[in-house]
Design a protein around this ligand. Structure first.
Ligand SMILES: Cc1cc2nc3c(=O)[nH]c(=O)nc-3n(C[C@H](O)[C@H](O)[C@H](O)COP(=O)(O)OP(=O)(O)OC[C@H]3O[C@@H](n4cnc5c(N)ncnc54)[C@H](O)[C@@H]3O)c2cc1C
Length: 292
């Protein structure tokens, strides 16, 4: 791949980075692992004068936990997410999503901030982040703002991020231990292919593990921007996880996500396949606790 000419700049403070973006943002692109951006530079899809590296800022690569939330730096790699004891304990659905990405090389290089910033409908961390009620800290020289992840995406590869802004932090809900979860994914081959469809599920059960108090379901790769299917979540709420209820909820996910996605090009098979994937995910979540 032959890359066009560009100037590579790198700072070790957020202040200097956003200062540069405030001045040259229109001619710049932020780079973290580069696994998406380098390809776009190579194909000419992205043309810029400056590539602004953010990997030298150690404080953007940390995972921290407080009483209610887990904070993830944007340059945390997928390998780090998959292996982090904090993520595995408090947000394991995200570990599963990150572990499903590409190959070891891509997981070592690609970052969570880049996965979000690239805004692909097939991004594997995003369904997990959606069920974890994530929010993003957006930083620029003008200040900081927090936005829910669901409000970040406008359309495939388009976000609300202005050219002088950075994703500075990703905050996810800290789940009670043993919360049933599942991330399921289908791709063309076994590895190195982006997801053709995926789904992340979290269930909050009553103390006996008999009834679902709350369900969260986010499919991936079926709608232009990430969604939670609240109609399906409502079907599960207050119910026992019987085959009939699981099937009803899965059908609702498939109908809503695909019929309302406005993506006419979606292949016919996706509807029954997504239903099957959601059934598998809900059952996997419940079975993990021995409740089915
Ligand atoms: C062979 C191959 C296989 C892949 N397989 C998968 C897969 O299975 N699943 C999957 O989800 N993805 C996959 N990808 C895509 C890619 O690896 C991921 O999206 C990765 O997380 C991107 O992270 P990065 O750090 O490399 O992003 P970069 O390429 O550095 O950046 C991507 C975009 O995000 C922006 N960006 C990065 N960080 C920030 C930030 N902090 N603030 C603002 N904007 C930012 C950049 O400007 C750019 O627009 C694959 C890619 C390749 C090449």
């Amino acid at each position: 791949m032959i890359l066009p000419e560009f100037d590579y700049v790198s700072f070790n403070s957020i202040e200097d980075t956003v200062g540069f973006l405030a001045r040259y943002g229109e001619e710049s692109k932020v780079v973290a692992g580069g696994t998406d951006l380098m390809i776009k530079l190579g194909t000419g899809e992205v043309k810029v004068k400056y590539i602004v590296n953010i990997l030298d800022m150690a404080n953007l690569g940390q995972i921290k936990v407080n009483e209610h939330r887990v904070s993830i730096g944007p340059t945390v790699t997928h390998t780090e997410l998959a292996c982090s004891p904090i993520i595995n304990k408090f947000a394991p659905v995200l570990s599963q999503g990150a572990a499903a990405i590409g190959s070891p090389q891509i997981r070592n290089q690609g970052t969570i901030g880049g996965n979000i910033g690239n805004a692909s409908p097939a991004a594997d961390t995003v369904p997990a982040l959606m069920v974890l009620n994530s929010r993003l800290k957006i930083i620029s020289q003008r200040g900081e703002r927090w936005i829910p992840l669901a409000d970040f995406f406008l359309s495939p590869h388009q976000t609300v991020l202005a050219r002088d802004e950075l994703i500075g932090e990703i905050e996810v809900e800290k789940l009670p231990q043993d919360t049933p979860f599942s991330f399921q994914r289908v791709s063309r081959r076994r590895a190195m292919d982006i997801a053709q469809m995926s789904v992340a599920v979290i269930l909050f059960m009553d103390d006996n593990g008999e009834r679902i108090l709350e369900a969260r379901i986010a499919p991936g790769s079926v709608s232009p921007t990430p969604v939670r299917i609240q109609e399906a979540e409502r079907i599960l709420k207050g119910q026992r996880a019987s085959d009939r209820v699981i099937e009803l909820a899965a059908a609702e996910v498939s109908n809503r996500a695909i019929d309302e996605s406005d993506l006419q090009w979606l292949p016919e098979y996706k509807k029954p396949a997504l239903k099957g994937l959601v059934i598998r995910a809900i059952k996997d979540a419940v079975e993990k606790r021995g409740w089915i």
